[in-house]
Design a binder for this molecule. Structure first.
Ligand code: NAI
Length: 412
């Protein structure tokens, strides 16, 4: 039975995450300050007696230090607990005490939890921090929320560098319908219509979509992403236009639908095993396009052609994942050609904005060209599939932290 420690487990994203892990046969160490909700959850989960509820205030370093006592060895540690600031008090009017509590929970606690549990982490354990889109661009009048979440992203990268023996990643959710967001809507700090209008997919996420992202990041298949950010935000972080998006009209498909995958632009055989072929029943259609992977130049054109191929096959609710070579300075020998990679990545984001209203998604993975396909199966299964229906417009960089550790394709 693999074991995961999940902080902030009593509500919202953490609660759905605990439910998903428990239903997949994991033992959960459930950490929260809300004792009542925590015990209620522990009783409701499958394999009831297996889970370990721990009532802890994560703003108190002494309580965090006690976390290791009685906690089993961990395959995954998820630092999810966090708070926002709905007071609407301008930063310059905040006392250090008011600002300090948020900082203690959102930035200091994740590091302290890792320190407290370091002896419990199994070899190759996964650590996942939950930051926010607010860590990628500033949200004013929410106290130190954005700074704390930006700090957490940088802290994650530093931990991944310091501990290459672990897989350390950071999730940046967009707007998710949880108690936290309900509170901000009630306090007038979020206007749901305007939030949706800035999101190419035209909707907020469900907590279950974040739980699925965390489940993937807590798996061994997340190894290629160590040190990276996974933005699960409906494309809100990649949109720079001024026109609002209309609310989504298509229902989200079941997150557990079978994936039906088509491989285009290269030899399908080594990639086909990403998914078992879906039968005649309902499925989520996806394409992987390989045509840009071995290009020395012309990435922009290759992505454009891949998009045209995909759009001729699918008109709604499907995904395209393009494999790109790493965008390192060594790739382009002439500075005049150095814009090609950035242009291709921005094309991915631009297409995501144009396609969002039809729930057509596009993402890219930057991978070493000789990478062993098998090492990317789990990542592709997640990004291409229905569980990632809120992921679009992103370029995820694989093996950036450990380029020499990327398993090589023997045939390359
Ligand atoms: P939530 O408010 O529904 O749940 C947070 C949980 O953390 C609660 O169970 C609460 O009791 C617990 N908690 C709060 N202070 C604590 C403390 N001092 N010690 C121990 N536990 C404490 O929040 P939600 O929406 O599920 O958010 C989870 C994470 O996702 C947070 O880090 C949040 O910043 C992040 N996030 C949420 C987004 C959203 O739209 N809901 C968007 C982006 C990021």
């Amino acid at each position: 039975m693999p074991t995961a420690l999940i902080t902030g487990a009593a509500s919202g994203i953490g609660r759905d995450t605990a439910r998903l892990f428990a239903s997949a046969g994991w033992q959960c160490v459930l950490v929260d300050r809300n004792a009542q909700a925590l015990h209620q959850l522990a009783q409701e989960l499958p394999a009831e007696g297996a889970h370990v509820p721990r009532t802890i205030d994560l703003t108190d370093p002494k309580q965090i230090a006690s976390l290791a006592e009685g906690t089993p060895a961990l395959d995954a540690l998820i630092n999810n607990a966090g708070m926002s600031d709905a007071s609407n008090t301008p930063l310059v009017q905040q006392s250090p005490q008011q600002a300090g509590r948020l900082l203690a929970l959102n930035l200091a606690a994740p590091a302290a939890v890792v320190d407290a549990c370091s002896q419990l982490l199994k070899p190759g354990a996964r650590i996942v921090n939950v930051s926010s889109g607010a860590g990628l661009s500033a949200i004013p009048f929410r106290g130190l929320y954005s700074p704390s979440k930006a700090g957490l992203i940088a802290q994650t990268r530093a931990l991944a560098n310091a501990r290459p023996d672990l897989c350390v990643t950071v999730l940046c959710p967009g707007f998710v319908r949880t108690e936290l967001v309900a509170g901000l809507i009630e306090a007038g700090r979020i206007d749901p219509e305007r939030a949706v209008a800035k999101t190419p997919l035209g909707r907020m996420a469900t907590p279950d979509e974040m739980a699925r992202a965390l489940f993937f990041l807590a798996s061994t298949g997340a190894a290629p992403l160590s040190g990276q950010v996974l933005p699960v935000n409906g494309g809100s972080s990649i949109y720079g236009g001024s026109q609002g998006f209309a609310p989504a009209t298509l229902d989200v498909l079941p997150l557990g639908l079978p994936l039906q995958l088509e491989v285009l632009g290269g030899p399908a055989q080594p990639w086909q095993a990403v998914s078992a072929t879906a039968g005649a029943g309902p499925h989520y259609p996806a394409c992987i396009d390989l045509s840009a992977l071995h290009r020395k130049s012309g990435l922009l054109q290759a992505v454009h052609e891949a998009a045209i191929r995909f759009a001729s096959r699918h008109s709604q609710q499907a995904s395209l994942t393009v494999l790109l070579p790493p965008d390192t300075p060594e790739r382009s020998t002439r500075w005049q050609d150095a814009g090609d990679g950035a242009a291709a990545r921005m094309l991915i984001s631009t297409l995501a904005c144009e396609w969002g209203s039809r729930a057509l998604r596009i993402n890219a993975l930057e991978v070493p060209p000789e990478v062993e396909p098998r090492s990317l199966y789990a990542l592709l299964r997640y990004v291409c599939g229905p569980a990632a229906q809120y992921v679009t417009g992103q370029t995820l960089v694989c093996y950036r932290n450990t380029p020499n550790n990327a398993p090589k394709d023997a045939a390359a």
